[in-house]
Ligand binder design. Structure first.
Ligand code: MN
Length: 608
């Protein structure tokens, strides 16, 4: 037993699960080592954060304790739970990351390191600081996906306690949550976390609309339950007649932000009156899913074009389910989801589903709403899932794409914009001629497809076939298209493609190709001293709206006076921008020009 229980100075109430850790039954317990790690991490963090308080007035330790609790609920292993306790100590106390490793091992170190932000002093601007932190986080994620799960637990608890911060800060954190963390949770298949993050962000970004929707949902609750009882009765009866073994029928309101988005959409298309609820049917096998669909479509009239088979074609985050929209008992449109228990579990908890199962094998810790009949099913799934686990972890290819941005995009603002774009884009699925499934963001073209296959396929593209017919390389692809790329050794990417492609991967590859073509000796470009007070730089760049502003802005940031600007654009879409500058400080000027050269549309520059 640990010393802390004897220590009367402890001024917080420990959650039950943590108390249990301290009262862990016998030293022979095979989980003893894990329990010790958790207890020690708590004690260490408790001592270090002592005397620190959150904006809410609570002792600071309440935050890491809540984060560790979330990680435990999600089935995190002992090192993850320990990292939950320790995630803020390097940032907020004098402890170094090496000390964390000495005390808790390399695994805990890596997790804590991945979520620790860099000191703000190292950076010139807030944006740069933010970009660098994201870059580090994505790199750490690519090495160990659990880093982001720790980060999501941290963010979720911060969002739950956001009301204590100032208005401006609240908004900023809420926006970042909506644009980056909720999409990440979605990519990891963590639907529950994603929905809660989105709802909380919604509350702080569009407060008024949020309140209206809360009210709307409350007012309609009784009606919704009545409708649900009706539909369930009809369905249950038919399942009995057809011999389908239905484990569960449940209905829930869509999450608040989801309703809001649907409402905005239906303002454009007011013919659809939506029931903002989802009816979920859980059956035993894949085959029964399809039989159930047949029954549902037989009872309720389906809405054309609204059926999706994510069992046959799972989403990239491994989500599986049948979706359909039908006309419900009251004439309103009703969304129906049909899936097996395993699919349901994966859909709710995503990447953490399997950890959770492994962790909760005795099932005594399952939340009460998951009633008894589920337990035997889950035991069976967890047996299957152990081998599955490793394989699933490596399937997050999108992560590599995010990290890949690193090498190509040096400018902080662009980097943040590009990860936001990458994370929030809707996806389509197309096929290679051999029938392999490739996922791409919506509005992708065959060029995007080619670069997704390989940079050389993109660079050497001469013509394309979509569904067997020759097509334009900039045609917008749709789900189900089969795409074939014809290449030629001597082909070159066209500059105009940059504005027509949808993926950053393709954009960056085309830029890189052009940069390479224009590459000249960097050393010669920066002068040690300027003999004249006015120097003119010539920037060779890919022409686009705003490029001039981006260049001038950087000189302005360095407080360097721009005397004259001249722009010449050629028909190939390349612009020569001459900027004359007055500066006596060669070092500052060199530094500034290097900064300008980081703008990814700049191919080359020289002093003229
Ligand atoms: Mn934190």
């Amino acid at each position: 037993m640990s010393s802390i229980l004897l220590d009367s100075s402890i001024d917080i109430t420990l959650p039950e699960w943590l108390q249990k850790c301290f009262h862990s039954p016998s030293p022979k317990d095979r989980k003893q080592g894990e329990t010790d790690l958790i207890c020690q991490a708590f004690e260490f963090a408790y001592d270090l954060h002592e005397g620190q308080y959150r904006k809410s007035g609570e002792p600071y330790i309440c935050h890491p304790m809540a984060v560790a609790g979330l990680l435990r609920d999600w089935g995190g292993t002992a090192p993850m739970i320990a990292a939950g306790f320790l995630h803020d100590v390097v940032e907020d106390t004098d402890v170094t990351i090496d000390e964390i490793e000495q005390r808790f091992g390399v695994e805990v170190r890596r997790l804590v390191e991945g979520v620790t932000k860099l000191s703000k002093l190292n950076f010139k601007s807030k944006t740069e600081n933010q970009a660098e932190n994201f870059r580090r986080m994505f790199l750490a994620m690519a090495q160990d996906i659990r880093v982001i799960v720790v980060k999501l637990a941290d963010r979720l608890h911060n969002m739950r306690t956001l009301e204590h911060l100032k208005e401006e800060k609240r908004r900023q954190i809420a926006l970042e949550t909506r644009e980056i963390f909720a999409p990440i949770a979605q990519r990891l298949g963590m639907w529950r976390v994603k929905s809660e993050l989105e709802d909380l962000a919604f509350k702080y970004i569009e407060g008024e609309a949020y309140q209206q929707i809360v009210q709307y949902v409350e007012e309609n609750e009784t009606l919704r339950q009545q409708r649900f009882a009706q539909s369930t009765a009809i369905l249950r009866q038919r399942f009995q007649q057809t011999g389908i073994e239905c484990l569960e029928i449940s209905e829930r309101s869509k999450h608040l932000y989801g309703i809001y988005q649907k409402m905005l959409m239906s303002q454009k298309d007011s013919q659809e009156i939506y029931d903002f609820a989802v009816l979920r049917i859980i059956v035993k096998t894949n085959e029964e899913c399809y039989r159930t669909l047949a029954v549902v479509h037989d009872i309720f009239r389906p809405v054309p074009g609204r059926f999706s088979d994510y069992i046959g074609l799972p989403k990239p985050n491994n989500y599986q389910s049948l979706h359909t929209v039908v006309v419900g008992t009251t004439g309103k449109l009703l969304e129906v989801q049909i899936r097996t228990l395993e699919m349901d579990y994966l859909a709710e908890y995503g990447i953490t589903a399997y950890w959770r199962l492994g962790h909760l094998l005795d099932f005594s810790q399952l939340p009460p709403q998951q009633h008894q009949t589920r337990q035997s099913e889950l035991a069976w799934i967890s047996q299957l899932s152990t081998q599955h686990n490793q394989q699933k972890m490596s399937e997050f290819a999108w992560l590599n794409d995010l990290v890949a941005c690193n090498d190509d995009i040096c400018d902080a603002t662009e980097y943040i914009q590009s990860i936001k774009n990458d994370l929030t884009m809707e996806e389509i699925y197309v096929f290679t001629p051999k029938g392999d499934l490739i996922s791409l963001p919506s509005k992708s073209t065959p060029i995007d497809f080619a670069y997704k296959i390989h940079t050389n396929v993109g660079n050497r593209l001469v013509s394309v076939k979509v569904n067997g017919e020759f097509a334009s390389e900039v045609a917008v692809l749709s789900t189900g298209d089969t795409v074939e790329i014809l290449t030629d050794e001597n082909a070159e990417p066209k500059l105009a493609w940059i504005k027509q492609v949808a993926t950053n991967k393709a954009k960056n590859a085309i830029r890189r190709w052009y940069k390479y073509q224009y590459k000249s000796e960097l050393k010669a470009k920066l002068l040690p001293e300027y003999l004249v007070p006015v120097v003119t730089f010539k920037f060779l760049c890919i022409d686009r709206i705003g490029i001039l502003k981006d260049i001038i802005e950087r000189f302005y940031r360095y407080k360097i006076n721009v005397q004259a600007v001249r722009v010449e654009t050629n028909s190939k879409g390349i612009a020569d921008i001459h900027v004359s500058i007055e500066s006596k400080d060669a070092e500052k000027l060199n530094e500034c020009v290097r900064e300008v050269a980081k703008i990814s549309d700049i191919l080359d520059f020289r002093v003229v």
